[in-house]
Design a protein around this ligand. Sequence first.
Ligand code: C2E
Ligand code: CA
Ligand code: CA
Ligand code: CA
Length: 280
Amino acid sequence: AKGTGGNGWQWFDPAMDIAADDSARLAADLRTALRDDQFFLLFQPIVSLPTGAATGVEALLRWQHPERGLVPPDVFIPVAERIGVINELGSWVFARACRQSADWAARYGDTAPMRISVNVSARQLADPHFVDAVTATLRETGADTRHLLIEVTETAVLNAGIAIEQLHRLKALGLRIALDDFGTGHSSLSLLLTCPVDVLKVDKSFVSGETAGRAADIIVKNIIGFTRDFGIAAVAEGVETAEQAEHLHRVGYRLAQGYHFGRPMAAEAFENRYLDKPAE
Ligand code: C2E
Ligand code: CA
Ligand code: CA
Ligand code: CA
């Protein structure tokens, strides 16, 4: 961060220079990473309350950097957006999720809890070719749209004029739409009037962490009230303890996601834990 002295002077901060340089290097590495296949997906269960049975998974992107190790998406997604490789990266994520979905459908049938939620960034939603690319990938992979959800943030929807129209086109393809990080953006409620939202994901800051508390809980309770009236499903994110899970269930939540139920895990681990039937 930029240092400011007591007299309002801007100090030269060597850490800032390194950070800028680092970001440039990350940007260059991102292009290589796409070519060299350094990305992979983890899957975090989305579960029913109170049973904890999986109803689906969220696909979460990971970058295995050859020297830095695992780089978190919060670090590299903004860089990918800035240098314009997010569409390519996002296409890779969607294709990978579709292939996983087709694979699970073939091996576990239609009833298994393997609906996959895929995160889509603001820049992807603003790309007029996005829906055509999605359509092509669905055709190539043979994935069933009933097994796929698209997660978008309020900010992403509000930033692009064509975003809402694109969401309607995705809906027409049979995909379902989740509004992610709900409550952290703006105009949340009016979006529900124009967006074809199937699922609302209540941001983890209302559920756990430092800002969770009495006031956050009022919001959590009100969200479940109006989603029910709207006929929208609500998922509580960031559930870290049994107490939080019990409380959410008590106030009406039927879906949850968080470390308490399962961390993001490799496909194989998800299969072993949630899809493979125990031998009889
Ligand atoms: P998100 O979409 O809100 O994803 C949920 C994040 O919360 C994930 O972080 C997940 O690991 C974390 N999480 C899950 N349960 C808990 C919990 O109980 N407590 C806490 N504190 N955290 C929990 P992750 O995987 O590091 O991803 C961070 C963000 O990066 C995501 O937030 C999403 O915005 C973005 N992201 C991840 N994968 C993709 C992707 O494929 N495409 C795009 N565009 N963005 C992605
Ligand atoms: Ca998400
Ligand atoms: Ca979220
Ligand atoms: Ca297995």
